[in-house]
Every structure is written in C-alpha cells, then in structure tokens.
Design a protein around this ligand. Sequence first.
Ligand SMILES: Nc1ncnc2c1ncn2[C@@H]1O[C@H](COP(=O)(O)OP(=O)(O)O)[C@@H](O)[C@H]1O
Ligand SMILES: [Mg+2]
Length: 397
Amino acid sequence: MKCILMNQNKEVLVVEYNETSKFFDRIYEVKDINYAPYILKSFYNEKDIDNPLFKTNLSEWFKGRGIPAWRDKLDLLLHRFNITAPYELLDKAFGLSLSDQYWLKPYDSNILYDDINFFEHDFDYAEFMEASLSLNSKLITKESSLKTPNNTTDGMLKKAWIIENGTRYLLKGGYKNDVLQPFNEILASEICKRLGFSHAEYTIDTYKDMVVSKCPCFICKDTELITCSQIQSDMKRHDSIEDYEEYIKKLEEHHIENAREKVENMYILDFLIMNEDRHLNNFGIIRDVNTLKWLDVAPIFDNGQSLNMEYYDEDEVHISGNGRMFYEVKPFDEIIEVVRNLKRIDISKLDGVVEWFDELLHKYQYLTKMSDGRIDKLCILLNRQIDKLKELIDDGD
Ligand SMILES: Nc1ncnc2c1ncn2[C@@H]1O[C@H](COP(=O)(O)OP(=O)(O)O)[C@@H](O)[C@H]1O
Ligand SMILES: [Mg+2]
C-alpha cells in the first residue's frame, strides 16, 4: 500500500508499505527528512533514497514501536487477540502512539492528524486492559479494541493505556508473579519529589485485585520522546564513560538547560533504589515535533526493576545486581561517581521515606501477600543506600 509517513501534520516519506510483512518495500520520495524519526538520520543518503539500509532501519524502527516479543505473558495477549504476532497490531490505528506523533497515512486519503490522534480522541481501552492485565479474560471481539495506542507500547511489563477524566495514564503490572515493580515506581516518584528531580509521577492503583502503577502520559500532541538509544545511534560507541560524556555534550549542544544535573539525578535515584534497568530506552529527551527543538530531558521514568534481592534470611540480605551506565553494567558505587557535586543534594529531605515505604508495602499486603520478612529487608536495603549516599555527600568535604 502506498502511504505517507507523517510526523503529526508534516509529510516525511512517501513509501510502499507491505501490510503483510509490515516492511517498507520502497521509498518513493523524501518530503522532509528533518521530520523523520531521529534514528533514521544516520541511514539517509539523499543520492540513494531507496537504499536497503535505510528501508531496513525504517522497518525496524516501525516494528520497534510495537509490543515487543519479550512482553511478559505475550502468549496470553496474542491468544486473546486471536493473532500470532504482536506486529499484526502495528498498523491497526495508523501506527499512532502516545509517545510520539508518527503515523502512516494511506496515500490517497484525506484523513487529518487532528481527526485521529489519541491525545485528543478517546479510545476503547477496556478490552485491551483486561486482556493485558487480567489473568482470565475473553477473546477480544470489538474492532474498536484494536484501534488503540496499546498496539504501540514498548517494554517488557504488562501494561495498558487508559483514559480517566480526559487524562491518558499508563498502567503497569509487576513482572511475572512479582508484585514489587509498581511499588518501586511509586517509591521512585516519592524520592524524586522530595529531592526535586523531574520525574513521571507514578501512583498506586489496583485492577482486579492486582496492584499496578499508574502514570500520566508525559508526551503531548506537539512533543515526542526520543530515547537515548536513538540519540546514540549516530554516535561513536566507546563502552566507557565517554559514551555518557558525549551524550551530555550533545544535550548541551541542543541547549537543554542543566542537562548534566538532570541526567545525574537519574543516576542518583538509581543508586538509592538500586535500579538495574537503566538501559538506553529507559531515558531520553523530549523534542517539539513542530520546531524540532530539544525541549528538555524526559522526566525520569521506568524505575520498577529495583531493590532486587538474590536472597535474604533472618540475618542478612544478599544483593547481586549492578546498575546500568550506557553500554556498561557496573556496581552502583561506581556509577554514582559520575555525579560531580553531590553536595547539591539535601539528603535530609529523605528523612522518613523508609518508614513511608514500609507503611505503603504493609497497606497493600492484603493483595500482594508480601511477607513481613521481605518488607523488612526491602526497607533495610533502602535505608542502607540512603546512608551510603549520606556518607558520600559527607566525604565530599
Ligand atoms: N508516562 C509516559 N508517557 C509517554 N510515554 C511513556 C510513558 N511511560 C512510558 N512510556 C513509553 O512506553 C515505553 C514503555 O514504558 P516503560 O515504563 O519503560 O515499560 P517497561 O517497564 O515495560 O519497560 C517507554 O519506553 C516509553 O516509550
Ligand atoms: Mg522500559
């Protein structure tokens, strides 16, 4: 099918889109490469617009916007949709998403972005939410349930976009049978709020006896999330601290204010909660899709894989995890060294946060069945990290 890849109202590429393979078989015309997904920049060759590398990367980018093959409980979700692969859903709603403004417009169509985007138009999320988050749900039958931004969400955890009082929220469950992730998201928000770090605001919610985290969409009709992995795609890879430094430099070149501090804040949070999952798609920047201006560092999001314990007994807690720093997996104690001035952190703002977390975990015990022993150890771990950060701040004298 001949289509135009659009970025909101801007025409980007005229393409041949194969509805079966979901591949872009041909690039007929480049309307405006500046408005293309950032990751494609480095594969574009104006002398050979139809080159295979560009088409492959365009197709990969498009597929990458869909539900990944490693989504928790994907088999159940597919079964409920009666499909065999998540990419079958990719183009059901023009490929629209709530994290950017790209969409595929059939070449001869007069349809307008304003008529279809999910930021302004409601979508039917009930069946998808049930299929995604609930243990037992029925086959999805309503055609409208296929036309939602839930077809284009990344990430491993079971999740669903919903609408409440006009606001779009992302609900996320725990991984497999663990229940801790949603609580870690809420803990991260609480820490960020107290320390003044820009963050996505997660709250706790329940869905059919399941605890989920709930976070409002931080993208609006005029913005897009560009993840660090996209930004890094045209940068030389060093597998060292250089990757981080060059990323900061790039953000500064694009005039993002206090870029270094904002990225440092994310690593401070990761240290405090021992987040093992700060891979390059779990942070990035926000760009204005009209002016293409880099507006800001994206608020800190996806902090669920934290406070992991290998095992614990009455006397001790064993932790195995390391943090992520660009392409390297490193101990948290090393990663925190990137923060130039820890003295700017008023650690007293975290007084009482362990007690607050303890209370929160106990409050939902009736649903999570988390043992008192585990809650105790989680709080000990958190306390230990806060104390360690205090020491590092004091040592900086
Ligand atoms: N609040 C949000 N607003 C807009 N996009 C979001 C929001 N939260 C997550 N996303 C997008 O959804 C993707 C998956 O969400 P994430 O929280 O990273 O899930 P997971 O824990 O499964 O990796 C993110 O990579 C990001 O692109
Ligand atoms: Mg993620």
